[in-house]
Design a protein around this ligand. Structure first.
Ligand code: E4P
Length: 215
């Protein structure tokens, strides 16, 4: 499973990248608002840090506006993936982007029929938001399973990008189900490394190392 970082913060993206496990980046308008800099500047800088797909989201909600904004974003760097909301005008734009060779990430997916429609429009990635489904009492991981099954049934090429991950269990379940990608916030990436027995074991090794006679 590929690991993307879900962030608009270049410092944490640089830190995660230095850990050697980052395959790409996703952003959204809320994350970029926190960055407090123009979207194009941040996306260009992220593309210089991570050599992999970098999703940048359009703000327009009509097909022509989405196409205009998406083409501008795609010009920033060959690794830019245009992130488009899962609405009718969005899918129309996705079909055109696909025909033009521009990669897309269809975002705000909350159902399997939505995911099937995005794949039919030629989406490169589909982003189901598991955490937000859990937040309203649903089962986000069940949706990931449904989408993976449907895509497998029909050999659809769209990659399942599990999004809105809130904790390591989401990441684990996504990998067990066979999601192609998980996009994970920096704090959860750090949690993926942590285990109390690792800390306890390391402390004991370091303590015992002091008893080794010096040669
Ligand atoms: C995905 O691309 C989104 O940016 C993100 O995962 C949404 O996460 P949230 O529900 O924690 O805002």
């Amino acid at each position: 499973m590929k690991l993307f970082i879900d962030s608009g913060d270049v410092d944490e993206i640089r830190e995660a990248q230095s850990m050697g496990a980052i395959d790409g980046v996703t952003t959204n308008p809320s994350l970029l608002a926190k960055a407090g800099r123009p979207t194009k500047d941040v996306i260009t800088e992220i593309c210089e840090i991570v050599d992999g797909p970098v999703s940048a989201e359009v703000i327009a909600t009509d097909t022509q506006g989405i196409l205009r904004e998406g083409r501008e974003l795609a010009k920033l760097h060959p690794n830019v993936v245009v992130k488009v909301p899962l609405i009718k005008d969005g899918l129309k734009a996705v079909r055109t982007f696909t025909d033009e060779g521009i990669k897309t990430n269809v975002t705000l997916c909350f159902s399997a029929p939505q995911a099937l429609m995005a794949a039919k429009a030629g989406a490169t990635y589909i982003s189901p938001f598991v955490g937000r489904i859990d937040d309203i009492g649903g089962d986000g991981m069940e949706l990931i399973g449904q989408i993976c099954t449907i895509y497998d049934n029909y050999d659809l090429e769209t990659e399942v990008l599990t999004a809105s991950i809130r904790h390591p269990q989401h990441f684990l379940q996504a990998a067990l189900i066979g999601s192609h990608v998980a996009t994970v916030p920096f704090n959860v990436i750090v949690q993926l490394l942590q285990h109390p027995l690792t800390d306890k074991g390391l402390a004991k090794f370091l303590e015992d190392a002091k008893k080794i006679p010096q040669g």
